[in-house]
Design a binder for this molecule. Structure first.
Ligand code: AMP
Ligand code: MG
Length: 352
């Protein structure tokens, strides 16, 4: 199949292109499109054949459920068994936006879309191209991130092309995404709401609306052997081609250790890369040194992380060393992705 590549302006998306993209999805085809979190790979959420195509295009295991995207709160009712009161509160506070809620599904949602689960994940994105496309497609787009399974999520349309050229009917380029990490997922099907995946809407922000909110234990202790409630969290994710390790400890220790390792890599003919911040960028002697922004600007670090991982692939970096980003509100979400990308390899250089 030939993939059509179109550029759209987020403020004024060309209605003719949106209409054509909507028809592709209504006819059972796939379109990659921008959202505020990462690019999505969209198909008709209520058509089991479309969901099967999404799994095939991504190379994704079929027990890893998809998120259903809507463009109005009212569209939830027709596909769920009930709308708990917390969902109304959370939607008022955070929709449209980077929050996904899990509901009990009804029969209109095919098992192919939910990986066989009787629950369904739903999100109302704020990106105007995404909203227009959902409307033009009939109201329900199933969309995982638009990358081949296991690779970093795409924050630019050219990364969708890199992974999906020839596998989807259309890629819509809406520029670099604003957030850069996938949505926060909160489960509302149990007695107490639980965060299944940390994201831009933090535990603190959710607690301001709901009171106390727990985080799924497997996110905090990922090697505990317990199956995560969000099936996707058990798979290796976001992995760059090079080997990534995170270094924690004082700035001096981290810089010294990374420079030592980079020198050794050079002797061995391995290209080395560093993920750092504006404050430390000039202290490193590795081959590719990339700052994700000022250390205090965690929104920048979230937005740049996946792009940096992909750039290291393009530059054939064999060993990647990353500073740690635990502090701050978004630390939980950033470290969740970075730890997965690193296969949980952390070197602790703290002094005592
Ligand atoms: P992605 O679209 O690639 O960000 O992946 C969607 C994520 O949502 C996966 O990690 C899934 O495990 C999670 N998810 C989707 N539907 C459900 C559900 N019904 N219950 C729990 N997690 C879900
Ligand atoms: Mg994904």
């Amino acid at each position: 199949m030939t993939t059509e590549y179109v550029v759209l302006n987020e403020e004024t998306p060309d209605p003719a292109v949106i209409e054509r993209a909507g028809q592709i999805i209504k006819n059972g085809g796939l379109v990659a499109f921008p959202t505020e979190t990462v690019y999505g790979l969209g198909g008709d959420a209520l058509n089991p054949a479309s969901s099967k195509k999404i799994y095939a295009a991504k190379g994704r295991p079929s027990d890893n459920p998809l998120i259903v995207h809507v463009c109005r709160f009212e569209d939830i009712g027709p596909i769920v068994r009930e709308i708990p009161p917390q969902a109304v509160q959370l939607a008022e506070a955070f929709w449209p936006g980077p929050l996904t809620m899990i509901f009990h599904k009804n029969d209109r949602v095919p098992a192919e879309t939910t990986g066989g689960l009787d629950t369904v994940a739903i999100r109302f994105p704020s990106n105007t191209i995404a909203q227009a496309l959902i409307k033009a497609s009939g109201g329900y787009i199933a969309a995982p991130s638009a990358n081949r399974s296991g690779r970093p999520s795409p924050t630019l349309a050219r990364y969708c092309m890199e992974d999906l050229d020839g596998r989807v009917e259309m890629v819509i380029d809406g520029g670099q995404v604003g957030i850069g990490l996938e949505s926060t997922i909160i489960d509302l099907t149990e007695e107490e709401p639980v965060i299944l995946r940390p994201g831009f809407i933090t535990q603190k922000k959710l607690a301001q609306v709901l009171g106390n909110v727990d985080v799924d234990r497997t996110i905090i202790t990922p090697d505990s052997g317990i199956a995560p409630k969000a099936p996707g969290m058990k798979y290796r994710h976001y992995a760059p081609k090079g080997e990534l390790v995170i270094l924690e400890g004082s700035r001096g220790n981290v810089v010294a250790e990374i420079n030592k390792a980079a020198a050794k890599d050079r002797e061995n003919g391995i290209r080395s890369g560093v993920i750092c911040t504006d404050e430390t960028r000039d202290m490193y002697s590795a081959d590719c040194v990339k700052s994700a922004g000022a250390r205090g600007d965690e929104e920048s670090i979230a937005r740049e992380l996946f792009r940096i991982l992909r750039e290291f692939d393009d530059e054939n970096v064999g060993h990647i060393y990353s500073e740690s980003f635990r502090e701050g509100d978004l630390g939980q979400a950033i470290m969740n992705r970075l730890m997965k990308a690193a296969g949980h390899k952390v070197i602790d250089l703290s002094d005592e």
